[in-house]
Design a binder for this molecule. Structure first.
Ligand SMILES: NC(=O)c1ccc[n+]([C@@H]2O[C@H](COP(=O)([O-])OP(=O)(O)OC[C@H]3O[C@@H](n4cnc5c(N)ncnc54)[C@H](O)[C@@H]3O)[C@@H](O)[C@H]2O)c1
Ligand SMILES: O=C(O)C(=O)C[C@@H](O)[C@H](O)[C@H](O)COP(=O)(O)O
Ligand SMILES: [Zn+2]
Length: 358
């Protein structure tokens, strides 16, 4: 089957290539003048990085594997500084390229390393998780975490191309696969209800990489993301819809010292946002129930500790959608009808949390 190519518009348009066994397309995404390629990958995935380096060497590039800590531990300033030193050692110039190979944590780090090296070199992303393919590797949000909050340091730096080889999904740990489904379901609620129909029709199939609709789910979510970031790279307005569920999600991740899967936190955050919208008189109870049913049907959590609320409330203040002291949420006025809720009062925030508390 031919790979799908989803175009992302903008100042420098690029393609997201989706297919099985598509690694041979990588050299074609590097641009004309590259010589040295830094292949940033999770240290636990050398067997995934090796064929990437081999494909690059075969095409005449000097490929250098740069292992970084696994998962969220990569998104730290010390790791970023280590990459800068490696780039210097390799003599990376402005025409050279960073390739990010791994999950969203690795591609967020690799993207920010590319954005900051020499004030910006090309980055090509090779996501190897479901979440990386449908969300993190597309759209150019790059960055790292600090103790004070999630993704607080970063840059908008769109990739030169994104290569999604669906074969990589076959080796993914089940819980990480499920985490990626949360972002797919998010795309369903904010923009493409067919995604919800597909998951609801066969949740067991949706929860497996060899399920009948995997490629369609990936393509649909990528199209939602591409459409939005192509129109609003720097989150002037429209792009905020991709942040649905993330205000509470990022607070949960911080509370868990970044050891809680992103998608799992987003699932709880979406139910919270849905409850906020219901209590504000904007979303039907049936649509809120649909959040809980579709998320739980694939094994995602929809509740969090009751006593965590004061800490979560404090952490939500630093959300990037806030303006001054005004907290802003993406909420739904119906499925595929995203809106904003600005400055909700404290009782509403707490009441919505009681609905997700356990
Ligand atoms: N930039 C964005 O727009 C954006 C969007 C969504 C999420 N994110 C970020 O993405 C991160 C989450 O990404 P994630 O869910 O991919 O987690 P992750 O990067 O932590 O990867 C999850 C685990 O899967 C392993 N893994 C990766 N590919 C594998 C494979 N093919 N086979 C076996 N194991 C594999 C990783 O080593 C890791 O242990 C978070 O930091 C989140 O903030 C960013
Ligand atoms: O691409 C976006 O824009 C998103 O908001 C996608 C989110 O899924 C993603 O988790 C993103 O990293 C969150 O961004 P942040 O600006 O809230 O850190
Ligand atoms: Zn996310």
């Amino acid at each position: 089957m031919e790979p799908a190519r989803v175009r992302v518009e903008g100042a420098d348009p690029y393609d997201v290539v989706i297919g099985t066994g598509v690694l041979s397309e990588l050299p074609g995404l590097l641009g004309d003048r590259a010589r040295t390629v830094a292949v940033v990958h999770a240290e636990g995935l050398p067997e995934i990085a090796r064929p990437v380096c081999e494909a690059l060497e075969k095409a005449g590039y000097a490929a250098h594997a740069l292992p970084v800590p696994d998962g969220e531990a990569a998104k730290e300033v010390g790791v970023l500084a280590g990459l800068w030193s490696s780039f210097a050692r390799l003599g990376m110039t402005r025409t050279d390229v960073v390739v990010g190979v791994g999950g969203g944590a690795t591609t967020d780090l690799a993207g920010f390393a590319a954005a900051s090296w020499l004030r910006g070199v090309r980055c090509v992303q090779v996501p190897t998780t479901l979440l990386g393919m449908v969300d993190a590797a597309v759209g150019g949000k790059t960055g790292i975490n600090i103790a004070e909050g999630k993704n607080l340091v970063g840059a908008f730096h769109p990739p030169g191309g994104v290569l999604c080889d669906l074969a990589a999904l076959m080796t993914m740990p089940h819980e990480d696969y499920i985490s990626g489904l949360a972002e797919i379901v998010k795309a369903g609620f904010i923009a493409d209800p067919v995604i919800l129909d597909l998951v609801e029709a066969d949740p067991e199939g949706a929860a497996r990489p060899d399920g009948p609709h995997t490629r369609e789910l990936v393509e649909r979510a990528v199209r939602v993301k591409a459409e939005v970031v192509g129109a609003d790279l720097k989150e002037g307005g429209l792009r905020e819809i991709l942040n649905y569920g993330h205000t509470l999600a990022h607070a949960i991740e911080k509370a868990e010292d970044y050891r809680f899967r992103h998608g799992h936190a987003v699932a709880i955050g979406m139910v919270y946002a849905a409850e906020l919208a219901r209590l504000a008189g904007r979303l039907d109870a049936a649509d809120v129930a649909r959040h809980r049913s579709v998320l739980t049907s694939v094994g995602l959590p929809v509740a969090y500790a009751a006593d965590a609320w004061p800490g979560l409330r404090a952490a939500m203040t630093i959300d990037k959608k806030s303006r001054g002291s005004t907290l802003r949420f993406v909420v739904l006025d119906g499925v595929a009808k995203p809106g904003r809720l600005e400055g909700p009062d404290e009782e509403l925030l707490a009441a919505a949390y009681r609905e997700v508390a356990r």
